[in-house]
Design a protein around this ligand. Structure first.
Ligand code: ZN
Length: 197
């Protein structure tokens, strides 16, 4: 074999080896990212009927859902982790639910606690999903937030302390409140909402 043919052969072998290494290394990383990036609306297969979620009641004094930062990072997408566990805010008009009008309930994405019903959702024009009241007041924890030089009231899940958003007093009737939420903090369960629960 001529010298330059040998060189070409070595070069070709090198390229094939490099591609093979990339292909072998890629699937686990790719599938891990895919698993962590599942948006809330793609969890339909594991959903229970609405009534089952509505039985889930939480009051102060009941055990909280507590996980380490590492545990939350495994079960949440990076975007959801930033919003819910680090009190981040998603960009306006970018979330899955700001313009979402289907009938159903919205759960805490971290612990499945029922938080809001579609019947209290309204178009606030802000680009974030907005509600005039929570399903159950006990499921919401509020605290004063003085970050960014503003005085706001932060809203968290009462059971797992997930950051949900803020509540303002410029909402519509009957409450006059505007619960300004992050889509990343919510999981939607479609279905008819029972009159009593
Ligand atoms: Zn929660």
């Amino acid at each position: 074999m001529k010298q330059h043919s040998k060189k070409s052969l070595f070069l070709l072998a090198g390229i094939v080896l490099t591609v093979a290494v990339i292909l072998i290394a890629e699937p686990p990383i790719g599938s891990m990212m895919q698993k962590r990036k599942l948006p809330p609306t793609q969890k339909d297969a594991t959903m229970k009927p609405i009534a089952e979620y509505l039985k889930d009641a939480y009051t102060t004094g009941m055990p909280k859902v507590v996980k380490s930062e590492e545990e939350w990072k495994i079960i949440l997408s990076p975007e959801t982790y930033t919003v819910t566990r680090e009190a981040g805010t998603e960009r306006a008009f970018c979330g899955a639910f700001y313009d979402h009008k289907k009938e159903g309930i919205y759960l805490c994405v971290c612990c499945d606690l029922p938080l809001f019903a579609s019947t209290s959702k309204f178009d606030s024009g802000t680009g974030w999903p907005s509600f005039f009241q929570p399903l159950k007041k006990e499921h919401i924890a509020e605290k004063v937030d003085l970050s960014y030089g503003m005085r706001r009231v932060e809203v968290n899940c009462a059971r797992c302390d997930s950051h949900l958003g803020h509540v303002f007093d410029d909402g519509p009737r009957p409450t006059g409140l505007r619960y300004c939420m992050n889509s990343e903090s919510l999981k939607f369960i479609p279905g008819e909402i029972p009159a009593k629960f």
